[in-house]
Write a protein that binds this ligand. Structure first.
Ligand code: SAM
Length: 228
């Protein structure tokens, strides 16, 4: 499968069965045990990012691009905390849901702008660019191009997460435990951390904070890279 096919499939998935599945996982209604595990793991990743940004004590007014924002799980709390967020996603349905959630919960909606956009067509300049749990949908070569593009938008730092290619995960993926359930319609790509760090460095960024979230079915390596 080539990278263009990956993108078309991902977009269609997140506008159809994937939308229904992930909207529930990223919500607070009843879900099955596997989905609950993924929900909890993802929330840990979101909480870590919010914790890092709050620890810097400069969140108010900070310009942030949330590329592949999903239903706004990160964008909404960051906007609430005072940051100026440009949130975009390739899936119209995810963006629609994000807008609806923001309108129901956000007291300061002027802090959050949503757009339907492929992250590779994003332009502009933001203090911080964030891309959580998106690269898993793309092979390394495509992920490299995406990371390079995101670096070009970031004045100061890029925060991204990916599923790390470790022996344990490779085996799990092989036996089909990764992204289990009948609606797993997209491929899940694992990435070697060394490859991700290499492309960040090639773009003039150096990793300064890192974290790993690991639950039974959710694995996400989180890196914060700053411009050198
Ligand atoms: C697993 S979800 C993660 C959503 C969000 N970042 C979060 O952590 O809550 C992956 C999201 O990436 C989006 N996505 C995939 N490829 C994309 C692309 N090329 N440009 C923008 N968004 C993309 C999907 O539509 C989906 O909403």
């Amino acid at each position: 499968m080539n990278a263009a096919d990956d993108k078309t499939i991902v977009k269609e998935y997140f506008n159809s069965t994937g939308f229904d599945r992930w909207r529930r996982i990223y919500g607070d209604g009843e879900v099955n045990k596997v989905q609950l595990d993924i929900r909890n793991g993802h929330q840990q990743t979101v909480d870590k990012v919010i914790g890092w940004l709050k620890a810097d004590e400069n969140l108010a007014g900070l310009s942030i691009c949330d590329a592949g924002c999903g239903v706004g799980s990160l964008s909404i709390p960051l906007a609430e905390a005072g940051a100026k967020i440009y949130a975009s996603d390739i899936s119209e349905k995810m963006v629609e849901e994000g807008k609806q959630r923001a309108s129901q919960t956000l007291a300061n909606p002027e802090n959050l702008t949503f757009a339907v956009q492929d992250l590779e067509t994003l332009s502009g300049s933001y203090h911080t660019v964030i891309c959580l749990d998106v690269l898993i949908h793309y092979p390394q070569e495509k992920a490299d191009a995406m990371i390079s593009h995101l670096c070009s938008l970031a004045q100061s730092r890029l925060i991204l997460s990916f599923a790390p290619k470790t022996c344990a995960l490779t085996i799990l993926k092989k036996i089909g435990s990764f992204f289990p359930g009948p609606s797993k319609a997209t491929r899940a790509y694992l990435h070697r951390e060394a490859d991700v760090v290499k492309i960040l460095e090639k773009n003039g960024f150096v990793v300064q904070r890192e974290s790993m979230t690991r639950t039974r079915f959710y694995f996400s390596r989180l890196l914060e890279a700053n411009r050198k």
